[in-house]
Design a protein around this ligand. Structure first.
Ligand SMILES: [Zn+2]
Length: 149
């Protein structure tokens, strides 16, 4: 049976979003982006794991192991918080295909600046002209605030 996505290669993986088999290349390239994978798809989870390992490796190389251990500690203390952030970001990517990594970075920077100001006791929301980034900032801040209360 041919892959229903590219209609060229052989479909080898059962895709829960397409309800049929797709090829490994389409799965790897399009999962979570063009294919609306359910969050419990084994291929999506495995792919995220590999992606995470690559990021971890790059981070250790860049920041050194100490900083990495510190961040991992933080992660282990509040896995639900990080899971919520991840889900929010993947939802935003899914609901808007034009969303770029740059928008995401800007959105995170705005959220981080807002939180820094909040720490100093000032209420000021850093919002820019990029609507996508603003949406990211707002959802991150919502999650952070819901966990702090
Ligand atoms: Zn394919």
């Amino acid at each position: 049976m041919k892959c229903v996505v590219c209609n060229r290669r052989k479909g080898k993986r059962y895709c829960p979003a397409k309800h049929t088999k797709i090829c490994a290349i389409c799965c790897a390239e399009k999962r979570g982006i063009e294919i609306n994978c359910p969050l419990d798809c084994e291929y999506l989870i495995a792919g995220q794991k590999v992606h995470q390992q690559r990021i971890t490796k790059a981070r250790i190389e860049k920041e050194g192991i100490k900083s990495y251990v510190k961040k991992t500690d933080l992660y282990l203390k509040s896995p639900e918080f990080f899971a919520n952030i991840e889900i929010a970001i993947s939802r935003l990517y899914r609901s808007n295909k034009n969303l770029s990594n740059k928008d995401l970075i800007l959105g995170l920077e705005q959220a981080s600046k807002t939180l820094e100001t909040q720490d100093k006791g000032i209420i000021y929301e850093y919002i820019g002209e990029n609507e996508y980034s603003n949406e990211i900032t707002k959802s991150i801040l919502n999650i952070v605030n819901s966990f702090m209360n």
